[in-house]
Design a protein around this ligand. Structure first.
Ligand code: ADP
Ligand code: MG
Length: 310
């Protein structure tokens, strides 16, 4: 029999890098760096809603941490601490070993300390809260996009959504594309370095979790502007990805706005960070996101993005 406490120490207690008191006490103690604001966010991953019951435990561990790290990236924050509230149907040592390996692989990659949490019995449910730091006043938010700004995105869009459809058996792809899409779905790479570099450049930023149009609409609403994007300019793996890029979720790339005079700086940043950065449109007056381009001019935009309660 594994007790709750040996389970925690075996799978969830690791040395920390920047924590005063971590796992093992009633609360964690941490010191926020001088001159910084604390940035806090939480994201839950639920079996059958966010992943299939038979998904690899390593992938579930990586992704449930990665989606949280991505929110720090979107804020221009340095991720530092996380808590894990997990409900497990049973104590399955192999599952827990794989899950904790994936979780800590992501935490280590982004220097995140796991500082506490809660463990209970229940259907598989993973709630992570993440905390990070940003120099006071420098956080990127959804508000701040200005008429005339360019709209940019990182990476290639639509791959994760295509990976999901591949898994569901509704899309056949050649081997390299199939691998790329499944990798994007299972192993998103949060754009932390990009978010930090954009603190001085971007006027607004969001991570793409619900689909480009839905997430850019969040920027438009928060900034009181509209946006126009050019479907031909979308960075895609294959031409057929356009619809997935616009309305599919889970890319965890960054979408940001910046003034036109920052173009050279952003192109240089793409080279330094070795991340594709594509200018896909611009901010206009108004309150909606329009998609221009031969194929998608008439796309029904209300059908965009994933909404758990719609
Ligand atoms: P308490 O009864 O005081 O709430 P718990 O028995 O729930 O404490 O947890 C003991 C310690 O283990 C606490 O420091 C808690 O933060 C930590 N902890 C519990 N579950 C997890 C988990 N899944 N991951 C990381 N730390 C955990
Ligand atoms: Mg207690």
């Amino acid at each position: 029999m594994t007790s709750e406490f040996s389970l925690i120490s075996q799978y969830f207690q690791r040395p920390t890098q920047h924590t005063d008191v971590g796992v093992g006490d009633d609360g964690a103690l941490l010191t926020v760096s001088e001159g910084c604001q604390l940035v806090v966010s939480a994201d839950m991953s639920v079996v059958n809603t966010h992943f299939f019951p038979d998904a690899k435990p390593y992938d579930i561990g990586w992704k449930s941490m990665a989606v949280n790290v991505s929110d720090m990236a979107a804020m221009g924050a340095t991720p530092k601490w996380a808590t894990l509230a997990i409900a497990l149907p049973e104590v399955n040592a192999d599952w827990l070993a794989g899950f904790s390996e994936g979780l800590f692989a992501c935490a280590d990659a982004f220097h995140v300390d796991l500082i506490g949490g809660d463990t209970t019995r229940g259907s598989l449910n993973i709630g992570i809260q993440i905390m990070g730091e940003v120099p006071t006043g420098q956080a990127l938010t959804r508000a701040g996009a200005q008429e005339g700004d360019d709209v940019w995105v990182s990476g290639e869009l639509g791959k994760a959504a295509m990976g999901l459809v591949v898994l569901q058996g509704d899309l056949l792809l050649e081997a390299p594309e199939r691998t790329a899409c499944l990798q994007a779905l299972h192993h998103p790479e949060p754009r932390v370095d990009l978010g930090i570099a954009l603190r001085d450049i971007a006027t607004s930023c969001i991570d793409i979790s619900d689909g480009l149009v839905a997430d850019l609409t969040h920027i438009a609403k928060a900034s009181n502007v509209g946006a126009e994007i050019q479907s031909d300019a979308l960075p895609l793996l294959v031409k057929e990805s356009a619809q997935y890029a616009l309305s599919g979720g889970e890319d965890y790339e960054l979408c940001f706005t910046a003034p036109a005079n920052a173009r050279e700086q952003i192109n240089a940043l793409a080279k330094t960070l070795n991340i594709p950065l594509s200018k896909i449109g611009h901010i206009i007056a108004g309150d909606s996101v329009k998609v221009l381009g031969s194929t998608f001019e008439t796309m029904p935009l209300q059908q965009t993005g994933y909404d758990h309660f719609a």
